[in-house]
Design a binder for this molecule. Sequence first.
Ligand SMILES: *Cc1c(COP(=O)(O)O)cnc(C)c1O
Length: 383
Amino acid sequence: MNATGVILHTNLGRAPLCNDAVERLVEIAKGYSNLEYDLVKGERGLRYDHVQKILCELSGAEDALVVNNNAAALLLSLNTLAAGKEVIVSRGELVEIGGEFRIPEVMEKSGACLREVGTTNRTRLADYEKAIGPETGLILKVHTSNFRIVGFTEDAVLPSLVALGKTRGIPVMYDLGSGCFAELDCYGLEREPTVTDVLETGVSIITFSGDKLLGGPQAGIILGRRNVLQEIKQNPLNRALRIDKLTLAALEATMMQYFQPDRAISRLRVLKALTEPLKDVDKRVKKLLSLLRKERWEGVIMSVKKGFSMSGGGSLPTQEIPTLLLSLVSKHLSPSNLEERLRYLEIPIITRIADDEVLFDLRTIEEEEFSAIRNGLKQIFSS
Ligand SMILES: *Cc1c(COP(=O)(O)O)cnc(C)c1O
């Protein structure tokens, strides 16, 4: 159980799937499906036909491809468009995500050559212009998804990079990281351009993850121009990075939610947790508190505190989301001891400690999980 308040917790499996996705996944897993079968023609069809249509309709992209994860999407795109050539990237965007994914290292493995421009804090359009030469294969922009550079900063915005690419005949790619289809700024969150907004700039291709703000299974999604996507699809590496039918089923069912944006916000747990009004979190924390107080554990002090949740998983890195926390203090167990025992339960509960209190963040806990919390604590406090 994720009681940390980090909504997209990379170590806890990132996005939980919505019910429709789980049902679809089970259905597909149990039997045969028309994965690569064209029902109209009665012959071999294409694996990605259905999901591609959904993605294009939702985003306005000309074409789409789905691979194993966003790292794979980058590797495949770079290898296809720029192996043996130079890829221009700002020094302010050479990101590392989750320890293993680093732009310069993926670039090297793709066979493309990194051409860094600008500085850590400032990169101008002119820096890109100067770097373009006969060796240039691609201009790459990378979303600084898990950090912010603040202060004296400047970067070239995507529309001007797209314009530059157009005049010099060089494709422009944007690694969007999270890739969001829902408008979130109306919920008090910082503005994150949607996938559709980004595609409207005329960028050649974009890549993003399926299990970050999208709220689906692990996947890497590539959207953009048909001619570029066709080239990528023909790369033999594509076969090695392809997704299986279960991921495809879960992704399709997740994407279907976005045809009704309100439904997506209420059914996809990641979006619900990000946008849920504080008063609803407040109701939930009070319910949990009164449920646990009925147990009358000796030497256990419980209270409600205010705090902040985080988006996590390489998205909205500086966004603090107001939340309510259930605080536990035990006279017989130290905070770290209690935190450890919660991790050892049959249903492990991952909490955080602050000011010598063990905290349960109700923004990432749902009411269906309350009985597991009560049973777990019962086991700890009665032994
Ligand atoms: C998360 C992220 C990746 C890696 O995506 P995975 O789906 O975890 O492989 C790559 N680039 C950016 C900018 C990211 O935020």
